[in-house]
Design a protein around this ligand. Sequence first.
Ligand code: SDX
Length: 457
Amino acid sequence: MTDSTLRTVTLIDDLTGKSWKLPVRDGSMGPSVIDIRKLYTDTGYFTHDPGFTSTSSCESKITFIDGDKGVLLHRGYPIDQLAEKSDFLEVAYLLQFGDLPNTTQKTEWIKNITYHTMVHEQLRSFFNGFRRDAHPMAIMCGVVGALSAFYHDSTDIHDERQREIACHRLIAKMPTLAAAAFKYSTGQPFIYPRNDLSFAENFLHMCYAVPAEPHLVNPVLARAMEKIFILHADHEQNASTSTVRLASSSGANPFACIAAGITSLWGPAHGGANEAVLKMLIEIGSKDKIPEIIKRAKDKDDGFRLMGFGHRVYKNYDPRAKVMQQTCREVLSELGLRNDPLLETAMELERIALQDDYFIAKKLYPNVDFYSGIILRAMGFPMSMFTVLFAVARTAGWVAHWQEQFSEGEQKIGRPRQLYTGPTLRSFVPLEERGGKTDAEAFISEWQRRRSDTLTG
Ligand code: SDX
């Protein structure tokens, strides 16, 4: 029965004159939605929205983005305030539980994460199956999925306590596995996590310490790492988070769902963009090449895109990019790289692009990936590790969304439909009636071809 207080929109089929009232639901912020869950049963129509440019896939309370205003809130808190004043594990708690933790809650949360940072010793042998030059994202896809083979006591998605432990394990073990992937590529021994270090300090320690000498983490770099992790922690229903939600809807275990998210993040249009930006900046080389690269980005026939620019949601400056640009300056200054040519190229590229009519008309601004690669490279990470760091941070958002689905009661499996434009019904055609050469004819003509090749040399 339709609630008369409900707001509706009316759909009219101009062909038949039939009309239907569709309920409208309002959120606390952002666009309202037309609830089309009964559209097909009531009208016989599907909606069609490849890329989901106008589709709400779920209800969520975790992150809000206003793309036109360049606003990003995590549980109502602006990203720039969190980046400046919070730390990564505190933001991970906020994403998952909805509020900033008090002292007791924060202490308990940090202890829960800290005591899960080690991985099963046997898991380390998985790395040996990879070539040393394997892309670390390929390694992460493999070893994170393999976690479900080691932690059976946190794979039952219907057990709340097991779900909680799975979240602890995933947030805690991602940096350990990421650092191991980095060490594996260098041939250096893996470094065990330390319980006396913060999340970012521990990660940098596991990446850069060696058994041969003491290692102290630079506090400026540790703070920058925390900020980078915070800026990448969550971003509403992006491709990889939607992948995690879809995988979870079939009842897949949490480690498999996060492994699915990692694979989706790897693409250069998504989390792989930070690696692609640096390759682009290096390819540009000097500032005088910038007009050529801008010309290519505007050429529809070229297929080249200005990496680190544009966003499905932001039609204004990505608020994360602003914090990232400031962090970039801090790190380069700390490392004595104030005049890094790549940063100068990036700044000039941004300046020119933001004045260009094409980018203005299409509302293309720098996104979170535009500056991150410059910082990570300055910190000593190879380009192939950039998206791995993104995955370490985004795990906090992925597990928060994964958990949120269970709070909505019984999950329905995600199963989109389609607009079918293939062949209509037809009967099977036996091979001999399909034309072309018979096997014997094909064999003879191939033999004749090879023979003539041999004869002619
Ligand atoms: C992330 O979704 C998220 O939240 C993602 C993310 C997160 O935190 O999870 O924010 C992280 O993925 C950031 C985005 C990183 N990717 C890149 O930097 C790659 C370069 N950017 C583009 O590939 C593109 O902007 C996307 C993929 C990010 C968004 O693409 P859309 O929303 O599908 O937009 P579109 O492809 O329809 O582009 C609209 C127009 C097109 O021109 P027309 O066909 O209308 O003539 O803008 C053009 C595009 O050709 N365009 C670009 C461009 N991005 C879009 N032209 C040149 N350079 C670009 N970068």
